[in-house]
Design a protein around this ligand. Sequence first.
Ligand code: ZN
Length: 528
Amino acid sequence: MTTDAAMTELITLIKRAHALGTIGELLAWDEQVNLPPGGAEQRATQQAALAAAHHAAASDPRIGELLAALEGRQGLDLAGASTGQPPGRPDSDARPAVVPQLDDDQQAVVAQARRDYDRATKLPADFVREKAAQGSRGYHAWARARATDDFASYAPVLEKNLELARREAAYLGFGGAPYDCMLDKHDPGLTASVVDRLFGELKRELVPLVREITASPAAARAVAAAEKLCGFPLDGQRAFLREVTEAIGFDYSRGRIDVSLHPFCSGTGSDVRMTTRYKEHQPLDALFSSIHETGHGLYEQGLPAAHLGTALGIHAGMAVHESQSRLWENQVARSLGFWRCFEPRWRERFPAQTAGVNADELYLAVNAVEPTVIRVDADEVTYNLHIVLRFELEKQLFAGALAVRDLPAAWRAASRELLGLEPASDREGVLQDVHWSDGSFGYFPSYCLGNMIAAQLWYRVLALRPAIEEEFARGDFSWLLGWLRENVHAHGRRFSAMELVRRVTGDTLSPRPLVRYLRERYGGLDRE
Ligand code: ZN
């Protein structure tokens, strides 16, 4: 068998497993968008059956044989492969190690396939089924608990999810550091100590910066301006956000947007599913959450289609994914240039609702900073503190330093410390996020890391294209999208988030560009 034949067979097998994974994503999308309430148990059964099929495909022993051969360890004889041992030296194994000549792309594919195969084979099939069914039930338990503000009914679900997470970490060899396992799942190679260092530096800069910004005269005017925006018909909002997301480059022939309780983006390649939610008196909410999800969608649509499912055609991890959504949502859509393009179209669509708001007020409203207890309602400055809060609580939960029953009180205390606000209910506190309901621990940090990466990418963009906002003002976002396609999307998962940032920006990841960006944008609001 030649190396090329082994690669071809390996890729066929991992693409098949990936395809089954995408069906699971589609079922999960459907569950949050279309599923009648009575269908929850049935859907849990479907998800569990599919998860078992996915697990069987991903742990196919043939993948293990091909990987071992391609890694030059043992097994199949690959014709044309060179021996990795100097001639005449005894090998510790019975069989000579053979190192096939793999190019960089093949090495990336093999490394990712090894990671996936190890995850699949180290997790018992029973465990995978149990976790999938629990994830589906957990979501519905969370939705009910949130609706009725009843944390006590949700606590056993969280306990169970934590127990499953610890078991998963132990299976995967992270027994001593289960939280690192959770982080690594979303961002390969990421550890709690790295996040601790980056968040520590950010928190030191950000807490005083938030005080400075919220004390400025512009902040009060911005909040007042945002409050003037009310009574925006949902149909008009839907049409306007479609116009905006299409203009920045989302291809609706390969994706769609629907309504769900919690906005998200799933799917990949030529079928990207985004969701949003509409509020009549907060029209910027659906708009910005849609632009955010569009950033995710553009990334998925920009991954090399021919390599879908292999390391060359999947995203580089959630931190990079979030950098794409944040960059479009914040650096682009909160800029003056962006609104020079879209303000006239917005006024045209909502003449009565916008009559009492001048251009300056609109720009202020778009950039209003006001601490809130709800993460998804937070402005881009205080948002990061919401993430620090969740990171610190997750760390304590996994260290056994915090019990689930004490979570609501710990949440309120952390909210007071970081945001200066205490949620009035658990519904506005510990129950506000969907993530923990299906066991997605370790996901939150990627939001804030994404903000850091977005700011660092943005300064690279400005160095290359100082007048890019002029292009935005003309409604032209093509250079930026092309640059992201070439420098981020096209690489798939060839590099870790840290390595990608270094390659594209020439610097290691740091919170400093984010702090600089926030100072420049929010310092610039006091123009009068
Ligand atoms: Zn996101």
